[in-house]
Design a protein around this ligand. Sequence first.
Ligand code: CAA
Length: 258
Amino acid sequence: NHEFETIRVRQEGRVAVITLHRPEALNALNQMLMQETVTAVTSFDRDPEVGAIVITGSEKAFAAGADIKEMAPKTSVDMYLDDWFAAWDRLAQARKPIIAAVAGYALGGGCELAMACDILIAADTAKFGQPEIKLGVIPGIGGSQRLTRAVGKAKAMDLCLTGRTMDADEAERAGLVARIVPAEELLATALTVAGQIAGMSMPVAMMAKEAVDRSYETTLTEGIRFERRLFHSLFASQDQKEGMAAFVEKRSPTFVHR
Ligand code: CAA
């Protein structure tokens, strides 16, 4: 923690927790928070003791967007030369499952960060939106793309063009959110889900993530072929032998590769 200013990190068993921590700015994503979050995710992703990562914010805000005050004076050339937000792309390259535990505002970059994670668990207080249009810009960390894939064109257009927010119920109905829980149970639920994943065979969980992600990048035929190859390859693993033997012997599996 001493090395980070804008986030807090801790580990609970095989689950790493990253808490966005800029309470004075509703966790607005400034450049430092971006660098620190990406650094933490990258290092947990490489850590053999970590099986899943949770990213969360505060009760009031997961994150209220990119830092508007930091961006306000920039020119187009500044943004281009700095390749503003490009570091966030590294988050999507993480191979281990990442859970976003969202309470309160997840707006603009906050919504985009949550969507870049693999499973989005929302408190009943969560509010999602892409309000950039009200600032004279559009989403810049993938919102127009990931939101459209998650909820379809109708709602993505509605949200990106009006800047309105969507509550947790609407977000779940639309397919953005995997589960809604009462706010006071948010972190415990996220930790339980992350703990379940971290208890699986790690390479298998990583391949499951890779296979689902592939569906966004390719045709159905190629995606199914990719899945089938991974599936076949798993029969070379001890964990497939153990997992199936445990079922037959009516016991719980003890996976080797965790
Ligand atoms: N950037 C910088 N500072 C922010 C911020 C942001 N995105 N969101 C909130 N803050 C700051 C506020 O300026 C305020 O600071 P001061 O006390 O120093 O004035 C502090 O956080 C608390 O915020 P509010 O007083 O506004 O809190 P509120 O409860 O009245 O309102 C809110 C909450 C509705 C979320 C409001 O803060 C808000 O509208 N925030 C901006 C939301 C937004 O437009 N997000 C998109 C940003 S652009 C973007 O994300 C681009 C992209 O695609 C990556």
